[in-house]
Design a protein around this ligand. Structure first.
Ligand SMILES: Cc1cc2nc3c(=O)[nH]c(=O)nc-3n(C[C@H](O)[C@H](O)[C@H](O)COP(=O)(O)O)c2cc1C
Ligand code: SF4
Length: 480
């Protein structure tokens, strides 16, 4: 049983800060969040623009596109709300699969099934700008990007179940997705063809008005998995050079196809040994014995696979600098095998487990990782993740991190599903709407894990009124 105090139970910033300092004495929580005159309203140069605030919206898909990869009304609604946030950086919008078979779910946006994929992206951009117009921020000084993905091991393009394609055979995760032979491993010929798929998606993104594309290297998806493909023979595995080859070739193909388009990278900068629910429902490592040293991760100490090792991530950042890439969004682990680290939450999704530690420790790990990277690579622009669990203290901690120069942008994930106007409220000096603050119930993950669209079923009145809301609520594991 894990016992922890929820952020909402702290009565003031000082007592919350005291708890943070028990976890890591260097953490901080500003006493009072400021309006646009404060750190979160400080302008910053990014992507050739001067951006007027330090909020970014993280990519969040909704499992709600059409089966041929186009946005539905529900998708457009989400993007409208992303626009309402007024955040100066839209990091990715949501994962857009570069091939139909690389979808993580049958309703993921993608190219290759419909000739109208580019029109769909234009519609999303137009809707985003309507939201921004309503927020009073318009379309200037706004950096929107599209996240490009191949789901690799986590591909599930049809309702028939997983259809994994992997970079290498994995000692723990193969069993989770039914990989039992080398047939699922990408052949060298298949790998060589992938960069062109990213390039054609980048053309669509650029034509639709996106100013950058994110070559997604996180959360266990294909390009992230290649970064740890030490056991893969041939040109796309083995040493650091081989493991980053697919990424480098992808960037080169995008640059050749759309020379003016910026490229960014969302990276799982560290990882965790895969977790599973123990008999008491609390997460525990899934078969550590016999799997040490653990060589199947990027940015993780192989001898102690719960501790980051930034040696290779730092080499990766040096590579980004060489390639002229400065936009980096940092995240941790994967929602599939270590959700407590990737998406700190009070309540797990239906297929998850109770956090084995205070979720604040996971938030602290995100913050520490970003700080270490920013310190070593001050010229890169970093977006931090994992802030939503801070709840009412998010503005205070965000301001502290930006003010101290530990991070350039604070990314909002789940918080923007429940409360899209939070950045505008803060920047305008309005009090927070506490009833809209995401309480990390994880219903937005439970829905899709059970074949339903994502959304904030408990707090967003639109989703609360849907019949699915009750069904999902009943699936909530009890907090022990
Ligand atoms: C419903 C949902 C969909 C998500 N979709 C994506 C995605 O498409 N791409 C991605 O990189 N991360 C995705 N994420 C992860 C978020 O971008 C973010 O990293 C995570 O929620 C942690 O940030 P937070 O604490 O602010 O929520 C998703 C998260 C949720 C809850
Ligand atoms: S369902 Fe709503 S309250 Fe729950 S985690 Fe998702 S956004 Fe937050």
């Amino acid at each position: 049983m894990t016992k922890f105090r929820l952020p909402g139970s702290f009565s003031d910033a000082a007592s919350f800060e005291a708890r943070l300092k028990e976890i890591d004495p260097s953490l901080g929580c500003d006493p009072e969040p400021l309006d646009a005159s404060g750190p979160m309203g400080q302008s910053i140069e990014a992507g050739g623009l001067t951006l007027s605030n330090r909020f970014a919206i993280h990519p969040m898909e909704g499992w709600d596109g059409t089966s041929d990869g186009l946005p539905s009304e529900a998708t457009l609604r989400r993007w409208h709300r992303f626009g309402l946030s007024g955040a100066a950086l839209l990091w990715g919008g949501e994962a857009f699969a570069v091939v139909p078979e690389g979808r993580a779910n049958p309703n993921q946006l993608h190219q290759g099934s419909s000739d109208a994929a580019g029109e769909g992206l234009k519609e999303l951009m137009a809707t985003l700008l309507v939201g921004r117009g309503e927020a009073g921020v318009g379309d200037r000084d706004f950096l929107p990007g599209l996240q490009l993905t191949h789901s690799g091991r986590w591909s599930r393009p049809t309702p028939d179940g997983p259809s994994p394609r992997v970079a290498y055979r994995h000692p723990v995760l193969d069993a989770r997705v039914g990989v039992d032979s080398d047939d699922a491993v990408f052949t060298d010929e298949e790998v060589a063809a992938l960069p062109q798929k990213y390039a054609s998606a980048a053309v669509l993104a650029s034509d639709a008005g996106f100013k950058f594309v994110d070559v997604k290297c996180c959360h266990g998806y294909l390009l992230h998995e290649f970064l740890s493909a030490r056991s893969r023979p041939g040109p796309w595995g083995g040493d650091f050079e081989g493991r980053t080859r697919l990424f480098r070739e992808t960037v080169a193909a995008i640059r050749e196809a759309v020379p003016g388009l910026e490229v960014g990278v969302r990276l799982s900068v560290t990882d965790q040994f895969p977790f599973t629910a123990g008999a008491d429902g609390v997460g525990e490592p899934d078969g550590l014995d016999g799997n040490l040293p653990y060589e199947s991760a990027f940015g993780l100490d192989a001898a102690d696979p719960f501790r980051p090792d930034f040696t290779e991530p730092f080499r990766f950042f040096a590579l980004l600098e060489e390639l002229g890439i400065s936009l980096v969004n940092l995240t941790v682990g994967s929602p599939y095998y270590c959700p407590h680290a990737q998406r700190p939450a009070a309540f797990p999704p239906s297929d998850g487990y109770m956090s084995p530690s205070d979720p604040l420790e996971s938030v602290a790990a995100h913050i520490a990782a970003v700080r270490a990277c920013k310190k070593e690579f001050p010229g890169l622009l970093f977006v931090g993740s994992g802030y939503t669990y801070l709840q009412e203290w998010l503005p205070h901690v965000a301001q502290h991190e930006v003010r101290e120069g530990h991070v350039d942008f604070v990314g909002l994930g789940r918080m923007v599903l429940s409360y899209p106007e939070l950045p505008m409220d803060l920047l305008a000096g309005r009090p927070l709407r506490t009833k809209s603050i995401c309480r990390t119930f994880s219903d937005c993950t439970t829905g899709p894990r059970n074949g339903m669209p994502s959304g904030c079923y408990p707090l967003d009145p639109h989703f609360r009124s849907l019949p699915e809301a009750k069904v999902i609520r009943a699936m909530r594991p009890k907090r022990r």
